[in-house]
Structure formats: C-alpha cells, structure tokens
Design a protein around this ligand. Structure first.
Ligand SMILES: Cc1cc2nc3c(=O)[nH]c(=O)nc-3n(C[C@H](O)[C@H](O)[C@H](O)COP(=O)(O)OP(=O)(O)OC[C@H]3O[C@@H](n4cnc5c(N)ncnc54)[C@H](O)[C@@H]3O)c2cc1C
Ligand code: FES
Length: 278
C-alpha cells in the first residue's frame, strides 16, 4: 500500500507526477528500479519507474503518461488516497561506477525515468550530460530537475520551440563528435528513440544501454510476459533488465510484443470511459 503524498500535473491530461509514501521501497530503491502497482483487487498490474526516492522521508516519486485504463484510473486518485498494491523495488539497478562522462538520453516520459539514473551518476562523481527531447517545449519534462544534477543539459524539440529543432539523437551524435571522453550512453524513452540511440552510438564503440519497457505482469520472473530478445537469447526484462546493451536488442520483436494486447487495451479503456469498468 502507498499513500499519495503529493500529486503534480506536469502536462495537463497527459503526464502526472506522484510522490508516494513507501518507506521500505524508498530505503532500498536504486536508480533503474521500478515498482509494479495495482489499484483494485481485480485490476491489472503495471510497472512504473522510480523517478526519485527519498529514504529519509520514506517517499518515492513516479511519473506516468496517461496511456490507457490503468494510468487513467490512477490519475483519478487524489492526495491522501492509497494505492492498493505497490511492489518494489524491482529490476536490476543501473550499474553505476565512477568512470568519467556519461550521456543520459531521454525522450518523452522517459526523461522522468532517466532522472534517477542521471542523479546516481552525478552522485558517483561522473560528468553527466543530459540529452533530452520532446515534441515541443510544453511537452519537455524535468529540465529544471536535470539541470541540478547534470553538468550540461542539451535539448531538442521536433518543432524547434526550444533547443535544437529535430530529434534527440541528432543532439547526441553532435555531442559524441565533440567529446571523446564519453564512457557510457544510457537511453530511456520510446522504442524508436532507443533504437536510434543504439544506431547512433554504435560507431563510437561506447558502452550503450537502453531501458526496455516490455509488457510486465508479475515483475519477478515468473510469468514470462516481459520476454525480450537480446543478442539472440530470450531474456526476462523484469529480473535481468530492464537495462540491456543497446546494440544487442531486437527492437522489432519488442515493438511487436508491445502491440499484442491492443484490442483488449482499447476495449478496457472504452468500458472505463463508460464507467463500466473500474
Ligand atoms: C520497467 C518499466 C518501467 C516503466 N516506467 C514507466 C514510467 O515511469 N512512466 C510511464 O508513463 N510508463 C512507464 N512504463 C510503461 C507503463 O507500464 C505503461 O504505460 C502502462 O502499463 C500502461 O497501462 P494502461 O492500462 O494505462 O494502458 P493500456 O491501454 O493497458 O496500454 C497502453 C500501452 O502501454 C503498454 N503496457 C500496457 N500494459 C503494460 C504492462 N503491464 N507492462 C508494461 N507495459 C504495458 C503497452 O505498450 C500498451 O500498448 C514502464 C514500463 C516498464 C516495463
Ligand atoms: S514480468 Fe513476469 S517474468 Fe517478467
């Protein structure tokens, strides 16, 4: 269970941040971990990244994009309400060591998920270059938060309303050209963006990780729903990931598996909108 301490609308009707009281999870959460939550006894379980954690206050922060029924239902909850089930921290934490410059690349809601990883690298003494992109200025998340824990924040927007006009990987490529000291690239965001991060970084021979958002149910390695193909092998993203070496990921298969429940998701959202399913 987790009481909602604070709810902050980041982008109206689209992205919300929640601070939740979860002392045990907060005390153990590391960058890269996620939680699986369930809102009702018959509700589905969904994974959300721990965007930040404060062990002293016993709080964790989640940031979610309203995608379908469960995130829409979560968004009806208010400060003081209690999330029925909150399981975590799950997943392997990001392996962080002091190594020099780390480029943290985030797209869309992935920027919020990237925050904890960038913070961990900053605290480890690395030079953090955050490279973030969104469709437009209004949709750009967490820039002020990243500025506090990055040595440089580079921005792109599709429409050019702020930063470079174009996609985030163009900015990454330009940075990799001018800084030969980058030791690691970490990408979090939509699948096409992570595929592009893999492609752009590969010629530089830099270790590059992406955080995969495969469908998860139990989050503890029992159900097999989070199967991903990495280097020709089946891996379970919940217990072996969610971060994997980018060049080894079969992004086509990931995309296909993410579409597997589209008709059920649509039906579930329609029933929710008619208030027939809560
Ligand atoms: C490790 C991990 C961390 C994630 N972190 C975040 C985060 O910090 N913020 C955020 O907004 N989203 C995050 N996601 C994605 C999030 O879990 C889905 O957006 C959410 O489950 C959608 O549920 P829904 O019922 O609202 O939408 P639905 O209509 O049910 O689904 C919409 C789409 O969301 C994805 N999805 C649906 N169910 C699941 C599931 N059980 N597991 C994974 N993906 C699913 C599928 O791509 C689906 O097509 C993460 C996913 C993973 C695997
Ligand atoms: S979510 Fe069930 S095995 Fe990974």
């Amino acid at each position: 269970m987790g009481k909602i301490i604070q709810k902050r609308v980041l982008i109206p009707k689209r992205v919300t941040e929640m601070t939740i009281k979860a002392p045990v999870i907060a005390s153990k959460a590391r960058p890269g971990n996620f939680v699986v939550l369930r809102l009702s006894m018959k509700g589905e379980r969904i994974p959300l990244t721990i965007a930040d954690a404060d062990p002293e206050k016993g709080h964790i922060v989640i940031v979610y994009l309203i995608m379908g029924k469960t995130t829409a239902l979560l968004d009806t909850m208010k400060e003081g309400d209690v999330i029925l089930d909150l399981c975590g921290p799950l997943g392997r934490p990001t392996s962080i060591k002091k190594q020099g410059t780390v480029a943290c690349v985030g797209g869309g809601t992935g920027i919020a998920a990237l925050h904890h990883i960038a913070k961990g690298n900053f605290q480890a003494g690395n030079k953090v270059v955050s490279v973030i992109g969104a469709r437009s200025k209004d949709l750009l998340l967490f820039k002020p938060e990243l500025e506090k824990i990055s040595h440089e924040v580079l921005v792109s927007t599709d429409d050019g309303s702020v930063g470079h006009k174009g996609v985030v990987t163009e900015v990454l490529e330009e940075y990799l050209d001018r800084d030969p000291d980058v030791k690691e690239v970490i990408g979090v965001g939509p699948v096409p963006m992570m595929r592009s991060v893999a492609r752009v970084a590969q010629p530089y021979g830099i270790r590059t990780l992406v955080s995969l958002n495969s469908i998860m149910v139990d989050g503890i390695g029992m159900c097999g729903s989070c199967r991903v193909n990495v280097g020709g092998e089946i891996r379970f993203a919940c217990v072996e990931g969610p971060e994997f070496e980018a060049s080894q990921v079969d992004f086509d298969e990931l995309m296909m598996r993410l579409q597997a429940f589209k008709s059920q998701e649509k039906e579930s959202m329609e029933l929710f909108e008619k208030k027939e399913l809560l």
